[in-house]
Structure formats: C-alpha cells, structure tokens
Design a protein around this ligand. Structure first.
Ligand code: HEC
Length: 257
C-alpha cells in the first residue's frame, strides 16, 4: 500500500536529513575561519544534504497532496480542522516550517556556489544548513509533542493483520484507519484529537440503527450528510464498487469482534 510505504520512507529519511544537516553545519562552523580552499568532500556533503532535503520534500508532498487522510481531512474543512491540534499540525504547521527549511537549504546551495572566498562560502553554508536544522527539529512530530509519531515506524504491512479479520479493502487502511482505527474501534492515531470521537463500528446496536444506504452516503459525502461532524471527510472520488466494499467493511467489524 502506497500510503504506508511513503510514510515509512518519509519517517526514516528524516534521520538521514537531520544527520546530514548537522554534519554540514558543524563542519562549516569548525572551519569558519580557515583560509583552506573549499574542498571536494565539503562540497559533496553539502550536495548530499540538499538532495536529501529535496527527496524528503517530494515524499512529503506526495503524502500531503495524494496519500494522507490527514491532509484530506484538513483541506476538506480548514476552518473546523484548525481547531483540532493534530489536523492543524500536519495540515499547516509541519508543512509551512518544512517548506521553509527546504527553501532555505536549496537557495543556500545555489548561492554558496557563486561565492569564491572559502570563509564566506562556509559562513553561508553554515547558516543555510543550521537554520533548516533548527526548523526541522522544531517541526518534526516528536514523541513528546501533541501530534506525536513513532521515532522508528514499523515497516508497512506490519499492522494490517488485524483488518483481515474484518472484510476490508486496502482503502480502509489508507483512508479511514487513521481516525477509525485498524479494527474499527474508533481508536485511530487521530481519534484522540477529534471531537466527537469516531464511534466503535463493532457496536451492533449502532449498526442496527444505520441502513447500508446511510453508511454509503456518509462515506461518500462526509459527516454532514447524516448531520455528523464535518471532520468525517467525504470520499467523492471512490467508484460504486469501492464504496460498497467500504460499507461491507464498516458493517463487518461487529461480526469480527
Ligand atoms: C479525519 C478523520 C476521519 C477519517 C479519515 C474518516 N473518518 Fe469516518 N468519521 C470521523 C468522525 C470524527 C466521525 C464521527 C462524526 C460524528 O459522530 O459526528 C466519523 C463517522 C463515520 C461514520 C458514521 C458513523 C455513525 O455515527 O453513523 C462512518 C460510517 C464512517 N465515519 C466511515 C468512514 C470511512 C469508511 C472512512 C474511510 C473511507 C472514514 N470514515 C474516514 C472521522 C474520520
């Protein structure tokens, strides 16, 4: 599944980029006053850092624009989402800070190439790797932050075992599990910041109160279609077969538990 894979790569590429940013900044700082010519190894390290940032940016862009249910939920209803810490963090704060970091690193690379004097070049390189490093450190979802994420993600596929119990298509994992939880209990990683929180799909009294047509409608059109929270995002791009599969999936949790 593409979402889990890109998320996994994005999570680990973070360590590479942070490490490179640190190495570039410290090395330039240590040689700030040195008249020695700008060396090939300094240049390679700097290039590796900037390319690492660019790759990380592309992975992040893929998540934001195409894959992540979090940015979908954010963009679907920005006003409401700004009040939900986690949606605001990934929908806005994380992206703005990181785009700024990439822009500084990238323009720093281009400009430093045009500087002839080694000390001046090192100063520029130190600044345009040090500032992105600080921005990144501030905007990574560390485990001590409200929008916390694991330091070391488990590889994609590891957590999908549970949904095999219920009759769910892969789209459930990529579009729904973040809020509704892998096994539909309403305990996805975003659930804590949603008010009202998603219900437990395993509750048979609830299931009995909803017709399949209603489930289909709320999945397709979003929460307001049934008078529920707008943070339940619409999925208008799904075709009939995919919608039916999700209705079956949601209704199957009660039977699986
Ligand atoms: C950003 C979080 C989020 C995502 C992603 C999300 N939902 Fe929801 N969903 C909610 C919330 C919150 C509610 C409860 C709204 C309420 O009770 O007002 C909800 C409600 C529902 C309901 C109605 C439950 C009821 O009370 O009748 C269904 C069905 C549902 N979601 C299915 C899905 C499916 C299927 C997907 C994936 C295609 C999905 N949701 C994706 C947050 C989300």
């Amino acid at each position: 599944m593409l979402y889990a894979l890109v998320l996994f790569l994005h999570s680990y590429q973070r360590w590479l980029v942070l490490g490179l940013a640190f190495a570039v900044a410290v090395r330039a700082l240590a040689r700030l006053r040195s008249p020695a010519p700008w060396s090939l190894s300094e240049d390679r390290l700097h290039a590796a850092f900037v390319w690492g940032m660019r790759i990380q940016f592309i992975l992040g862009l893929l998540l934001y624009v195409l894959l992540s249910p979090i940015s979908d939920a954010f963009l679907e209803n920005v006003r409401g989402a700004l009040k939900v810490t986690e949606l605001r963090f990934f929908g806005l704060e994380h992206v703005v800070m990181m785009v700024l970091a990439v822009a500084i690193a990238d323009s720093g690379r281009a400009r430093s190439k045009r500087i002839q004097e080694p000390p001046l070049r090192r100063r520029r390189v130190c600044l345009t790797s040090g500032v992105p490093l600080l921005l990144m450190l501030a905007a990574v979802p560390w485990p001590f932050m409200p929008a916390k994420r694991p330091l070391f993600r488990s590889p994609p596929g590891a957590r999908e075992v549970i949904t095999e119990v219920a009759a769910c298509p892969p789209s459930y994992q990529s579009r729904c599990a973040a809020c509704h939880g892998g096994d539909g209990r309403g305990d996805g990683m975003l659930a804590g910041s949603l008010k009202p929180a998603p219900r437990n799909f395993g509750d048979s009294a609830w299931l009995g109160s909803r017709t399949p047509a209603e489930l289909r409608r709320v999945i397709r059109e979003g929460g307001p279609a049934l008078g529920l929270s707008p943070l339940m995002p619409p999925n208008a791009d799904l075709n009939d077969g995919e919608l039916d599969a999700l209705v079956t999936c949601v209704s199957s949790f009660g039977k699986a538990q």
